[in-house]
Design a protein around this ligand. Structure first.
Ligand SMILES: Nc1ncnc2c1ncn2[C@@H]1O[C@H](COP(=O)(O)OP(=O)(O)OP(=O)(O)O)[C@@H](O)[C@H]1O
Ligand SMILES: [Mg+2]
Length: 290
């Protein structure tokens, strides 16, 4: 892994830490499990709790946060990385009161210069250190270098999982990498598309037992969202769910997840003093997962 890419993100986020900006990465082992939907609704709820929020679409090439919000930002991260637009020009102020750093659609040059892109994004973070209470990072799926750069830079990580065996297996694989690299990273598990709350809790317990037994660590239960036709309908309508159905049961579950998430202490950086070495040392593991 390129030292600069991860080191850059990490350093910037450390500056943010001094100012109290909390960085929450929302990620998953397997794709299509509900990360973007959670990131968007989480950001809007944080706004309702009076937090100043920057939502970062870190699925750099295939991001679709803008579609979930029903907005059309004029510029994307590709304009910042490749066309020298300033970060302030790229940040899109959503009508809901949150700021969005939009991802690009597929741009070949951006794919070719992904390390440069990461470095530039990292530098841009420094620019924001006073501006936000929370940065929510919606990552792509899997354990690519880019995803792990964002995940390992965060103060806490939310992993979205479903009962699909592939999702469970990939979640465990991702937890293993995170705990190996940054042992003090709080990992909050959110079970999505559960049949009922019992199924969600028992999936959490199963994964937590594995993590306790084999990784000598533990997970935090962030809560559960049920499979809900209204959620997919809101996504199709490109309207944020909690705005469309504010009094629904799923909106209540979203709120419980946000409350829980905000109550989880950020990781203690003093425990990770040699994190940079560990990040560089984890290069093989992360590259091996690509
Ligand atoms: N709780 C839910 N109930 C019903 N459908 C859901 C729920 N959560 C997500 N979905 C469906 O799953 C789809 C994928 O959700 P989303 O795009 O948020 O996943 P993702 O993890 O961000 O995917 P990717 O890995 O491609 O970025 C949505 O389009 C929606 O139809
Ligand atoms: Mg997504």
């Amino acid at each position: 892994m390129d030292k600069g890419a991860i080191g850059g993100l990490f350093n910037i986020e450390r500056d943010n830490k001094k100012k109290g900006t909390e960085i929450i990465a929302v990620t998953s082992g397997k794709g299509g499990v509900g990360k973007t939907n959670l990131s968007v609704n989480l950001s809007l709820l944080l706004r309702q709790f009076d937090k100043k929020v920057l939502l970062i679409d870190a699925d750099i090439h295939l991001g679709n946060v803008d579609l979930f919000l029903g907005v059309t930002p004029p510029y994307t991260i590709a304009d910042f990385v490749l066309k020298n637009k300033s970060i302030d020009e790229i940040i899109y102020k959503c009508p809901e009161g949150i700021d969005l750093l939009p991802a690009s659609s597929v741009v070949r040059e951006l794919i070719e210069s992904e390390e440069v892109a990461l470095k530039k994004i990292g530098e841009a973070f420094r620019r924001f250190h006073d501006d936000y209470d929370v940065m929510v990072i919606d990552t792509g799926a899997g354990v690519s270098r880019t995803v792990m750069s964002f995940v390992l830079s965060a103060d806490k990580v939310v992993i979205v999982v479903t009962s699909d065996p592939a999702s469970v297996a990939d979640t465990y694989g991702m937890i293993k990498i995170i705990k190996h690299t940054v042992p003090s990273m709080p990992i909050v598990l959110v079970v999505n598309m559960a049949k009922n709350l019992e199924e969600g809790e028992s999936l959490f317990k199963k994964l937590n037992l594995m993590v306790q037994k084999f990784l000598n660590s533990k997970l935090i239960f962030g809560g559960c969202l049920l499979k809900d036709e209204q959620i997919s309908r809101a996504i199709k309508m490109q309207t944020p769910f909690i705005q469309e159905y504010p009094n629904s049961t799923s909106s209540l579950y979203f709120k419980l997840i946000v409350r829980k998430l905000m109550s989880v202490p950020s990781r203690d950086r003093a425990l990770d003093m040699n994190i940079f070495d560990r990040l560089v040392g984890s290069r093989e593991i992360i590259l091996g997962g690509e």
